[in-house]
Design a protein around this ligand. Structure first.
Ligand SMILES: Nc1ncnc2c1ncn2[C@@H]1O[C@H](COP(=O)(O)OP(=O)(O)OP(=O)(O)O)[C@@H](O)[C@H]1O
Ligand SMILES: O=C(O)C1=C[C@@H](O)[C@@H](O)[C@H](O)C1
Ligand SMILES: [Mg+2]
Length: 175
């Protein structure tokens, strides 16, 4: 296993915490959503609208495989990456997987004014977050090696806790 991957619901802090943790551990930081947008040459939102979710998930699986075959990095993933069994398997075999757990209520408080996340641009974003939590919670738990509370804790507390846990387990992989 060579990588560290962060998984969790939209807004759980994968990108923000991932960037800070990568700096702490001296690892390159890669966001799968950003890598996908680079590969596509357009935004995920536009691609989703034009080609649909199945086409997006195909690209996401391809990018996950490519990135996890490359040099060790801290991988922040798209919120839906655990939906495909092949991605869950790939994550578990190639990465130390951390689930940033945050409840729908906590995320709603955090994201209620968000306009960037297509999944939340609906009449009732709290209901949508609850549905995502019900569908994906078991998949995040099944995929993760380690879970951390990222709903109520401050950003720096989550980063400190993860850095300590990784140290305890023998430290970060050599980049
Ligand atoms: N523990 C935290 N406490 C308070 N605010 C947080 C915490 N974690 C993240 N945030 C804030 O919540 C917002 C969403 O965080 P971020 O973009 O990192 O989430 P994400 O999991 O990458 O979301 P997405 O799945 O949509 O890419 C940001 O404004 C970030 O600063
Ligand atoms: O939760 C999801 O299904 C998604 C989350 C984003 O990170 C992107 O990967 C995309 O918008 C889909
Ligand atoms: Mg993100």
């Amino acid at each position: 296993m060579t990588h560290i991957a962060l998984i969790g619901l939209p807004g759980s802090g994968k990108t923000t915490i991932g960037r800070q943790l990568a700096r702490r551990l001296g690892l390159p930081f890669v966001d799968t959503d950003e890598a996908i947008e680079q590969e596509l040459g357009c935004s995920i939102r536009d691609f989703f609208e034009a080609e649909g979710e199945v086409a997006f998930r195909d690209v996401e699986s391809r990018v996950l495989h490519r990135l996890t075959e490359g040099p060790p990095c801290l991988l922040s993933t798209g919120g839906g990456i655990v939906l495909r069994p092949e991605n869950r398997q790939r994550l578990r075999e190639a990465c130390r997987v951390v689930y940033l757990r945050a409840s729908a209520n906590d995320l709603f408080r955090r994201l209620r004014h968000d306009q960037k996340r297509p999944l939340l641009q609906v009449a009732d974003p709290l209901e949508r977050l609850k549905a995502l939590e019900a569908e994906r919670g078991p998949l995040y738990r099944e995929t993760a090696h380690f879970t951390v509370d990222a709903g109520r804790s401050h950003l720096h507390q989550v980063v400190n806790k993860l850095a300590a846990q990784i140290e305890l387990e023998g430290g970060a992989p050599e980049p």
